[in-house]
Design a protein around this ligand. Structure first.
Ligand code: BG6
Length: 483
């Protein structure tokens, strides 16, 4: 394989909340891997900033421990670790007080990319943004990175956008949805727009329905307090599932350019119809044997929060008129499996008498694990005895097709952080996109809250609640198996 690591410009990256969970688990390990891959110029620096009163050495010890925990041993190396730690320094700052900010300001260098990662609660975004501004730490070229949850409804998302906009232009704000950094999610665009094969069929005339599944085996243990206030709709659908839906449903952008791509995604979100109550199924995993259920994990016996949701959604535009998009996501399901399946319609006229074996063409894009594509096609069943049909998969696993190259694919955070340094916003959500997603989500949540709906119980290790099966059966369709 040809090494495609293209070094980025020299940068100073300040991580606010540097001692927190996200920094330890994702941001610092991702930076380490990019360092090891040779993508960071030698004089690029990482500055940890948090409330804890640590020295550079104290923080480096924490980073070393985080790498030991979250970077596999096979990807770690003593020399690379020492070099990486040498890039790192630390400044104690409190987002709500002035101490420390002068020192941080003094550390900034002219002529290098400045990026500020807000790995903190959204309630601190405003304080940090205004202190960066007041202390002259951020300049017009600086970038800020913010994480989900970006608000919990339209009003709060607007308020956050407003707070950031006081000091930063949209071109400086990088809102992370880590699904967009996943290799296979980006591949959706390549499959659609770099092949002539699929696009002519990609419309209501030929597509029967689309299924988007993001199934997880993990529960909400350890995150119950956050999750119980969110639920699957806010945690997964408003952002990750919405992005997948957009990439499947959007029109071809005129160019692979940040605003061209995001304009097209926005049009899809705006075209989403309101969802009627009969097209929503919410579930909550129950306890099984000694294993705690959702309510135990959330420490809220009366919780009405959903750990599973299935929705039938319509994109109200010319291309998708009448085509249902079935979305489902949940915790503690049978398998960790994320995929998008596009089921095509029957040929307009059956020429074979014995159509018994006939099944629809299905294009399955497996996002994780075992990334790949699978196209179900009809062939003649081999052997004598007339023309009988059977369905076979044209199966491509990326790991097999790409060999060792597939192992070198950077994870979502590695790619996204490097995109921030490069100044490429294509894989980040624009403010209007996030607001449009909430504008669609809010009435759905308000609807079930107003009706006092309770989620249906489902067994851990199952495919979700019974009613979700009915959502498809009613339409004469079936969910694909989760496995
Ligand atoms: C996060 C959600 O954004 O995405 C989690 O908050 C979820 O609840 C996670 O588990 C799923 O991400 P991935 O990359 O494991 O599919």
């Amino acid at each position: 394989m040809v090494s495609r690591v293209i070094p980025v410009d020299v940068f100073d990256l300040v991580i606010f909340g540097a001692t927190g969970d996200l920094a330890r688990r994702k941001i610092l390990p991702a930076l380490y891997r990019r360092h090891s891959a040779g993508q960071m110029p030698a004089d690029s620096r990482i500055i940890g900033a948090a409330r804890a009163d640590l020295t550079d050495t104290g923080f480096r010890d924490q980073v070393r421990a985080a790498l030991a925990e979250f970077v596999p041993e096979t990807a770690r190396d003593q020399t690379a670790t020492d070099e990486f730690l040498a890039r790192i320094s630390y400044v104690p700052v409190d987002a709500t007080e002035d101490a420390g900010w002068g020192r941080l300001s003094g550390m900034m260098r002219a002529g290098v990319v400045r990026a500020f990662y807000f790995s903190v609660a959204p309630s601190l975004f405003g304080d940090i943004a205004s202190r960066l501004h007041d202390h002259g730490i951020a300049d017009a070229q600086s970038r800020i990175v913010v994480e989900k949850p970006f608000g919990r409804d339209l009003a709060s998302a607007r308020a956050l956008n407003g707070v950031l906009a006081q000091h930063f232009s949209e071109a400086q704000i990088y809102r992370i949805d880590h699904y967009l950094g996943k290799e296979t999610v980006q591949n959706l665009m390549a499959v659609r727009f770099a092949n002539i094969l699929f696009e002519p069929l990609w419309k209501a005339e030929y597509v029967d329905h689309v299924q988007i599944t993001v199934a997880e085996t993990v529960g909400v243990n350890g995150r119950g307090a956050y999750y119980d206030k969110s639920g699957a709709m806010r945690d997964m659908v408003q952002n990750h599932m919405m992005q997948l839906l957009c990439l499947i449903a959007m029109e071809p952008p005129y160019h692979f350019d940040p605003d061209a791509v995001r304009d097209e995604k926005l049009k899809v979100i705006r075209a989403l119809k309101p969802v009627q109550p009969e097209n929503i199924v919410r579930g909550q995993y129950s306890a099984a044997g000694n294993e705690p259920g959702y309510a135990d994990h959330a420490e809220n016996p009366a919780s009405r929060t959903e750990s599973y949701i299935a929705l039938k959604v319509h994109v109200s535009n010319w291309r998708w008129q009448g085509v249902p998009f079935y979305l489902r996501t949940g915790k503690r399901l049978r398998a960790r499996a994320s995929e998008i399946a596009i089921t095509f319609k029957q040929p307009p006229h059956a020429i074979f008498d014995d159509a018994k074996g006939w099944q629809e063409n299905v294009l399955v894009i497996r996002l994780q694990p075992n990334e790949g594509m699978n196209l179900m096609v009809m062939i003649k069943e081999p052997g004598p005895g007339g023309m009988r049909l059977m369905q076979v998969p044209l199966d491509m696993s990326f790991a097999e097709a790409l060999g060792a190259e597939a192992d070198e694919v950077p994870d979502a955070y590695e790619r996204l952080i490097m995109d921030v340094i490069r100044g490429n916003q294509t894989l980040f959500m624009r403010g209007d996109e996030v607001e449009a997603a909430w504008a669609w989500t809010d009435p759905i949540i308000e609807g079930w809250e107003g009706r006092g709906d309770r989620p249906q119980a489902y067994d851990p290790g199952s495919s979700g609640p019974e009613d979700a099966l009915m959502l498809m059966h009613r339409d004469g369709r079936r969910w694909r198996e989760i496995r």
